[in-house]
Design a protein around this ligand. Structure first.
Ligand code: HEC
Length: 119
């Protein structure tokens, strides 16, 4: 019985350990690297980010996405953004974003920023 409970607790803890909690202030600093190509309210090299959290990938009518992202059928949330920012080319082959964040904490922080500040 005890063993069963421990196993379930370990399973429940799994995803939490994989995705550290995001720090908004740090995320804002990390977002500066994104602003080479993105801003919250203007399309640039990349699409604007206002409202991106919860939005379907490739869905702004006024930004010229790759066909790959337009057809990806992904909704941006903590999990999909984490995969995208780890390696956009691996997550959506043919996507035209060539930038990634190798550090899981950096990704979590910038995702917190997008979720809270890019609403
Ligand atoms: C060198 C330019 C560049 C940088 C730097 C960059 N991106 Fe992008 N990003 C793009 C391009 C181009 C696209 C469009 C991809 C496509 O259409 O396949 C994109 C798309 C995205 C999307 C999908 C948005 C949508 O409307 O579906 C997200 C989310 C995103 N980027 C987040 C980020 C974040 C967060 C950072 C910083 C950690 C970042 N990007 C840094 C160029 C960049």
């Amino acid at each position: 019985m005890f063993r069963v409970i421990v196993t379930q607790a370990a399973l429940a803890a799994g995803p939490v350990a994989a995705a550290p909690a995001g720090d908004l202030a740090r995320g804002e600093q990390i977002y500066q690297a994104c602003t080479d190509c993105h801003s919250l309210d203007q399309n640039d090299v990349g699409p604007r980010h206002r409202g991106v959290y919860g939005r379907e990938a490739g869905s702004l009518a006024d930004y010229p996405y790759s066909d790959a992202l337009k057809n990806a059928k992904i909704v941006w949330n903590a999990e999909t953004l984490d995969k995208w920012l780890t390696n956009p080319q691996a997550f959506v082959p043919g996507a035209k974003m060539f930038f990634h964040l190798a550090d899981a904490q950096d990704r979590a922080d910038v995702i917190a920023f997008l979720k809270e500040r890019a609403r």
